[in-house]
Design a binder for this molecule. Structure first.
Ligand SMILES: C[S@@+](CC[C@H](N)C(=O)[O-])C[C@H]1O[C@@H](n2cnc3c(N)ncnc32)[C@H](O)[C@@H]1O
Length: 398
C-alpha cells in the first residue's frame, strides 16, 4: 500500500511538477484503509475529469494489493464509479454480497451508488439499515443528506465543475481562494493564473492532496483575517485587482461577510467572487452551530444581506451540489457601506431563518432556474471583454 500510494503520488507529481516529499496517510484499520482507497480513487477521477490524465492503471495495482477480497472489489467498484459506470459499480458490490463478503464501507458505497443512479428510496433504505447496524457510523448521515441534496437541487453539476468552467472562461490572471483544505478547488487553476490560497491548515504545497499540473499556488497558512491584516495584499497582487476569488473558509455568516468585504476592496469592475455553501439542503444544516455531520453553516445569510444593503451587486446562486455556489459580480472597491455598518448588519441578519419551503429559499437566495454553465458564460464572458477589450470566444469544457 505504501508503494501504491507513493506511486500515485509520484505520477501525480510527475504530471504536476511536484516532486517533493509525500505525506503518506496509511492505516491497518479496515475502514480507514477503505477511506484511503476512496481518496486515491477520487484523485484518479479528478485528474481524469479535469486534466485528462489516465492514472486508472494504478487502480488495478491497488486492487491486486488488497488482502481482503471485498477491498479488492471495492477498488473495482470505485473505478467504475469514477468512470461514470454506476450500474457496473453496483454489480461489483452485488457480487461481493453473493460471496457473503461485505463491510460497513462496501454497504455505504452501495448506498452512494444507488443515489448516483437516482434510486433514492433504495439508497435511503440501505442507509437506515446501516444506521441500525452501526449507530455511530457518521458517514451514513452524509450519504443520506446527499440523497436529499440530489433530489432537491436536481442539478447535473457539482461546484468543482462550475469553478472549473469559470476558470476556463475568466482565465484569471490573479485568483484568491479562502479555505483550501486538501487543495481540490485550488487544483482547478490553469496556466497563466497567479493563485493565492489562504488556510490555517495548508502550510505548503507538498501537504496538499491535489495539485494543479500547471500552477504552483502561493499558500498562506493563516486565517483570512490574519492574511488581510498582516500582508500588503495590494503589493502581492502587483497593484492590480484580482479577477476571480472563492470564499470557502470559516462557514459563519460574519466571517464570510468579512471575507467578502476584504476581497471587494481588492476587486475591479470585472472581478467575480464565488461563495460556497449558499444553498443549504435544509434549515438544520444551515445553522451557525454545527449539529450534523453534513453542515453548511450560515454563510447563506450573506446573500439576503448583500441583496438588501448592496442592491448594486449582481448575485446568482447556482444549485450546484452539494450546497450551492453563489456568484457575485458588479463589485465596487470604493464601497464602504458593509464595513461601516458591519456590527448592525451582523446583528440584524444573525437571527433570520432559512425558509422551509424550497421555492421561498430560491427567491431569497437568487437561485438560478437556467442551466448553470450557460449562465456562467452569459455573465462572465462580458466581464472578460470588459477586462481585455476583446470579443469573447466560445468555450469547451471537458
Ligand atoms: C470546506 S474546506 C475548503 C474546501 C476547498 N475549498 C475545496 O473545495 O476543495 C474549508 C477550509 O477552510 C479553512 N478555514 C477555516 N477557517 C478559516 C479562516 N478563517 N480563514 C481561512 N481558512 C479557513 C479550514 O481549515 C478548511 O480547510
Amino acid at each position: 500500500m505504501n508503494y501504491l500510494y507513493s506511486n500515485l503520488m509520484n505520477k501525480v507529481r510527475m504530471a504536476t511538477g511536484h516532486y517533493k516529499n509525500s505525506v503518506p496517510y496509511l492505516s491497518t484499520e479496515p475502514y480507514l484503509n477503505n477511506i484511503l482507497i476512496q481518496s486515491i480513487c477520487d484523485a484518479v477521477g479528478f485528474y481524469r475529469q479535469y486534466w485528462g490524465f489516465n492514472f486508472f492503471e494504478i487502480l488495478a495495482e491497488l486492487a491486486s494489493a488488497q488482502t481482503q477480497m471485498v477491498d479488492s472489489l471495492i477498488v473495482h467498484s470505485l473505478k467504475f464509479k469514477h468512470q461514470g459506470q454506476y450500474e457496473a459499480a453496483c454489480m461489483v458490490l452485488a457480487y461481493a454480497d453473493t460471496l457473503g463478503c461485505h463491510t460497513q464501507y462496501s454497504r455505504l458505497l452501495s448506498a452512494d451508488l444507488l443515489r448516483k443512479l437516482r434510486k433514492f428510496t433504495e439508497a435511503r433504505k440501505l442507509c437506515d439499515e446501516l444506521r441500525r447496524d452501526f449507530p455511530d457510523f457518521d458517514d451514513v448521515e452524509s450519504c443520506r443528506a446527499m440523497c436529499d441534496v440530489d433530489e432537491l437541487l436536481n442539478c447535473p453539476y457539482d461546484y468543482y465543475y462550475l469553478l472549473h468552467c469559470a476558470h476556463m472562461i475568466v482565465k484569471p490572471a490573479r485568483y484568491i481562494e479562502i479555505g483550501v483544505a486538501l487543495g481540490k478547488s485550488l487544483a482547478l487553476t490553469r496556466a497563466g493564473t497567479f493563485a493565492i490560497g489562504i488556510d490555517p491548515s495548508a502550510a505548503n504545497c507538498d501537504g496538499l492532496f491535489f495539485h494543479s499540473p500547471e500552477v504552483e499556488p502561493l499558500l498562506f497558512a493563516m486565517t483570512s483575517d490574519c492574511f488581510f491584516d498582516a500582508l500588503d495584499v495590494h503589493s502581492l497582487l502587483g497593484y492590480q485587482s484580482f479577477d476571480m476569488a472563492f470564499i470557502d473558509g470559516d462557514h459563519t455568516f460574519e466571517q464570510a461577510l468579512k471575507d467578502f468585504i476584504q476581497l471587494e476592496r481588492l476587486a475591479g469592475p470585472s472581478s467575480v467572487v464565488f461563495i460556497h455553501d449558499c444553498l443549504p439542503v435544509n434549515p438544520v444544516v444551515a445553522e451557525k452551530q454545527r449539529k450534523t455531520m453534513f453542515w453548511c453553516g450560515d454563510v447563506w445569510k450573506v446573500l439576503p444581506c448583500l441583496k438588501k444593503i448592496r442592491p448594486d451587486l449582481n448575485i446568482i446562486t447556482f444549485p450546484a451540489t452539494p450546497a450551492g455556489l453563489a456568484m457575485v459580480t458588479g463589485l465596487n472597491p470604493a464601497s464602504r457601506v458593509l464595513e461601516q455598518q458591519f456590527d448592525t448588519i451582523v446583528s440584524s441578519f444573525s437571527d433570520i431563518q432559512l425558509p422551509e419551503s424550497y421555492s421561498e429559499r430560491c427567491l431569497l437566495l437568487n437561485v438560478a432556474d437556467k442551466d448553470a454553465v450557460e449562465l456562467l458564460e452569459e455573465h462572465l464572458a462580458p466581464l472578460v471583454c470588459m477586462n481585455q477589450g476583446c470579443l469573447a470566444g466560445s468555450h469547451e469544457y471537458p
